[in-house]
Structures are given as C-alpha cells and as structure tokens.
Design a protein around this ligand. Structure first.
Ligand code: SF4
Length: 331
C-alpha cells in the first residue's frame, strides 16, 4: 500500500509532500490534498437505497440491485470501525436517508460513536418541522439540502416526484428553525448541481439564500457528474483534458451500499463492481485488498482503459477539478 502511494505521488508529480504516521499530503495542481495511509478519507454509508424523487441526473431510479434500508447492526459495525479513523462520513448515497424508519436511532449511534465528522444529505421532500428539530438535535457536523432550482417548474422537472413549492418551503423552514435556535451546527449547505437547465439561475439562487443563511452555512455548487456515463453528456458542462491521470477515488473513497457491499466510486452505484462485503470483512481489509490493489496498479501504470468501467469514464477528472465544489456565498 505504502509503495503504491509513493508511486502515485511520483505519477502526479507532487511538488510538496508531507507524511505523518497516519496521512500523506500531496499537491495536485494548485491545491493540496491528503489521504489516509490505510483507510479511505471519505466513507459513504448508504442508509437507504429507496428514494422519494426521480431526479433526472441521478441513476437511483434505474437501480437493478435490490433496494433496502441498511440493517442497524451492520450500520453499527461500520461506524465502530470508522470512528477509529479521522474519516469524513456521509450517511446517504443512492436514496433518501430520512425514509429509513430508524434513521434517528442511527444518527444517535453515530453521535455517540466518536465519529468526528458525519454528515447527511436530504432532498427535503419529507423535511417536516418535527424532523428538522430532530436533525438539529442529532449532532451532525454537516447537513446538505439538495435543491438545484428555486423555480418550481424547473425544480419539478429536474427533481420530479414531489411538490416543488412544498420542498422549497421545507428548506426555508429548516433555516428559520435553525436560526431561531441560534445554532451553528450542523454546517448546512444548499446544493445546486451544475446542469445546463439551471446554469443561468446559479447567481440568483445564491443571492436568494445569501439573505437567509447565516455563517457558517453556504450555497454549494457541485460540478456535473456523469455516474460513469449514466447521465447524458448533452446536459453537462464537462470539460476533461485528454491526458489521463490516476483516478484518486481509488485512494480516497469507499462507498458501502445498503446491503454491505463496498464499492470504490460512483460509477459502481449499481454494484457493477464490488470490492468486498463489509458483513464479512473490515473496511480496512477491503481497502487494502486485491480488488482495490489491482485497479490502483492499472491506474498508476496508465492502463485504466483495460478496466471496463474506467475505459470511457470521465468522472476521474472531478477530483482534479478546482470547480468540483464551489462555495457560491463566499466573498
Ligand atoms: S475512472 Fe471512473 S470508473 Fe474508474 S475508478 Fe475512477 S470514477 Fe470509478
């Protein structure tokens, strides 16, 4: 593992490297990035693979794998291991976490587990006042509300399945209640995904929320993601250089699906390639296991095109793109 990482550092021509017992930091372009030596830096736990919207740019609605809510016992096993590392943990993936019938018990377990960073996202469709209060009590360090538009007809077409006006109202309710409680945490973002349909709206979207949000909350622009080619190129602003570099997802990310299958990136959203099963192995064993090692080797050696999933995938570039995440409320 260590040998692989130092070869990666050479490959990306690190100009500044800092190594500690637990982490390696390197420079990619004009920014620094770091990862753990033997554990993913970002861990995503799919608490629910059921959703209550059918967003156009999201493959959830077309999953062929069996949908489920994560078993609380499996969730506790994952969180117990993750709490031993300084890992950023997200408790949602292909689905709406608030649909999980025991979501607040899971959040309570995470809160008392010793996890330093755990966040969750919601589409706000069932974000009632009662749920808002419970989210604000849950000890989350981050919360994200995915919205994409303030124009009800556009929101309804990008994120069909709910009443768009009600969803927008729920988001306003969240900030009204949070403000009334005088509470800073969880740091909350409202995200707008970069799509051709809403690109003209991004500035007005940010201006609207600037008047409502209080620091440290912010509006987050997310660059387009194709989910390994699932989302149509036609509605993307997606510029990828010809020169291919190793996909850093293979070093910094692990996603655990609701049944315990561990996948390595968003192109594996339908369990197209499973790196291991967290029901029977630890995350660390899988992260340092043969499936990850083989993929990393091919990427380091410039042979990513030998991997079916990676051959035409352009999402690797998001990790090098300074516009992957952009704070639209920053001065
Ligand atoms: S290149 Fe694409 S498919 Fe391959 S590991 Fe990276 S994100 Fe996944």
């Amino acid at each position: 593992m260590k040998r692989q990482q130092s070869r990666l550092l050479e490959t990306i021509q690190a100009s500044e490297v800092c190594e500690s017992d637990e982490r390696v930091r390197y420079r990619v372009g004009d920014r620094q990035q770091e990862f753990h030596k033997d554990f993913p830096l970002i861990l995503t736990i799919e608490t629910s693979s059921y959703c209550n919207l059918k967003c156009v740019a999201c493959p959830q609605k077309d999953l062929t794998r069996e949908r489920s809510f994560m078993d609380p016992e499996l969730f506790r096993k994952i969180v117990d291991e993750a709490a031993r590392y300084d890992v950023r943990t997200w408790l949602h993936y292909m689905g709406e976490p608030l649909l999980h019938p025991q979501i607040f018990e899971l959040l309570d377990y995470a809160k008392h587990s010793g996890l330093r960073h755990f966040g969750m996202s919601s589409n706000a469709r069932i974000l009632s006042e009662d749920r808002i209060e419970r989210i604000l009590d849950a000890g989350l360090t981050r919360f994200e509300l995915s919205l994409d538009s303030l124009e009800p007809s556009l929101l309804g077409s990008l994120r069909p399945g709910g009443d768009p006006e009600e969803i927008i109202e729920h988001v306003h309710d969240f900030f009204r209640i949070k403000s009334a409680r005088g509470q800073r945490h969880p740091i909350t973002s409202i995200s707008i995904r970069d799509l051709q349909e809403n690109s003209a709206e991004a500035e007005a979207f940010a201006d609207h929320w600037k008047d409502i949000l209080q620091e440290p909350d912010f509006v987050l622009s997310l660059s387009f993601e194709s989910w390994g080619g699932y989302a149509s190129r036609d509605h993307a602003m997606f510029e990828v250089p010809d020169e291919r570099r190793p996909c850093l997802k293979l070093w910094d990310t692990a996603i655990i699906l609701s049944d315990g299958s561990l996948v390595g990136c968003n192109s594996m959203y339908d369990a197209q390639k499973v790196m291991g099963d967290v029901n029977t192995a630890s995350i660390r064993e899988i992260y340092d296991g043969p499936a990850y090692r083989e993929m990393r080797e091919r990427h380091i050696e410039g042979r990513a095109c030998e991997i079916d999933l990676c051959r035409d995938c352009k999402d690797w570039y998001r990790e090098y793109d300074p516009k992957q995440y952009k704070n639209l409320t920053a001065d």
